[in-house]
Ligand binder design. Structure first.
Ligand code: SAH
Length: 349
């Protein structure tokens, strides 16, 4: 069992207390924090005394993930990282370049236990939750590798963030802290398959992030077939929670809708979806992101063709629903989450 202190999971205040506990002046914690944001090892923290660096190595640990694989797209500037954690677990992050800056998609768990039928991340179940430091570390290491500031984060990699609630909330506070990476909550999206009680908890955290709901269906029959979580929290409970979330936080909800050929992509389905969302959200603002499913070999689902995607999107818009088709990036590097971890065989042991 590792009993050294996990520095990257500490707030500025906790780090200060830790440094004082080592018999050092409090201001050292500010210097250490700056090094942590740069992904430095203790030996590289050259403005600290050699004795402090030794104390740190003996009593603390830095959970920076190690780059095990780096896949740069030839089609666009997307880079996918396969990261190895301290215990050998593999996770994935994807760095994407947009006009407004660099955006990173990070993982929150090694594996996933939500069982969505179309998703590669869940094929081998969940192995463990990531520590706050391991979520933060993905951003620090990717930013160091890119040599450019990352300005946006999406929690849409491997895992269900709200199934690792406490660590994810701590991560959100750490990454948005001015002493830390200082990425504001308004530049962070959290995607969930719909753990309703956790959505209510999140509404009370006073974190102005964007909540993104993986809806993927217009009725309970379709949703329960492709997303087992719907049997625990059905569409009625989920959309009621979304309405309450908006009323409490004032944050516009975003819905993800993965289009699977013959399963949820008919234009009648689009009409039902528009009616459903308008019935629950009424005049509240929301947005639908359409994503043609990324076929996963083991799953046997096919992506909707361009024509049906366009027809689905146009139907939503005609009915007054704000919708866009997600631009696909990094198609040549398996940039959809879970695929590399799965190919590496880590979830099949
Ligand atoms: N567990 C969270 C976040 C991770 S998945 C959630 O469910 O939202 C991020 C998004 O990718 C989710 O909307 C998920 O449903 C979607 N997704 C998973 N597998 C996919 C695939 N093969 N093709 C397209 N989207 C997929």
């Amino acid at each position: 069992m590792e009993n050294r202190a996990d520095l990257l999971s500490m707030t500025a205040n906790e780090l200060k207390q830790f440094v004082i506990g080592l018999g050092e002046p409090a201001f050292r914690s500010g210097q250490i924090m700056q090094w942590l944001c740069k992904g430095a090892a203790f030996s590289e923290m050259t403005n600290l005394s050699a004795s402090l660096r030794e104390k740190l190595s003996a009593q603390a640990v830095l959970h920076y993930p190690v780059i095990e694989g780096r896949y740069a797209s030839r089609l666009d500037s997307t880079v996918k990282y396969l990261f190895r954690l301290s215990d050998g677990q593999l996770i994935e992050s994807v760095l994407m370049e947009y006009e407004h800056g660099l955006s990173i998609c990070v993982s929150s768990q090694a594996g996933c236990r939500m069982g969505c039928r179309f998703c590669a991340s869940t094929l081998g179940g969940k192995v463990r939750d990531l520590l706050p430091s391991e979520i933060l570390g993905q951003i620090i290491v990717a930013q160091k590798d890119a040599g450019k500031r990352i300005s946006n984060i999406v929690l849409m990699g491997i895992g269900e963030p709200l199934d690792n609630y406490d660590h994810v909330i701590r991560f959100l506070r750490l990454v948005s802290a001015p002493e830390g990476l200082n990425i504001g909550c308004r530049h962070i999206s959290l995607s969930t398959c719909g753990l309703v009680p956790a959505i209510y908890r999140l509404a009370n955290e006073d974190l102005p992030i964007t909540l993104s709901i993986s809806l993927h269906a217009y009725d309970d029959e379709v949703r329960s077939r492709i997303m087992p979580v719907n049997r625990a929290y059905n569409i009625d409970r989920l959309l009621t929670a979304c309405r309450d979330y908006f009323d409490q936080t004032g944050r516009r909800i975003s819905f993800e809708y993965t289009l699977i050929a013959g399963e949820n992509d008919s234009t009648d389905g689009a009409t039902e979806l528009a009616r459903l969302l308008k019935r629950y959200l009424e005049k509240r603002p929301f947005h639908v992101n359409l994503i043609p499913v990324n076929p996963v070999k083991e799953r046997g689902y096919a992506a909707s063709g361009k024509r049906s995607v366009r027809a689905f999107c146009e139907t939503l818009e005609r009915l007054g629903v704000n919708a866009t088709v997600r631009r696909t990036l990094g198609e040549d590097i398996n940039a959809a989450c879970g695929q590399l971890r799965h190919t590496a065989g880590q979830d099949t042991e």
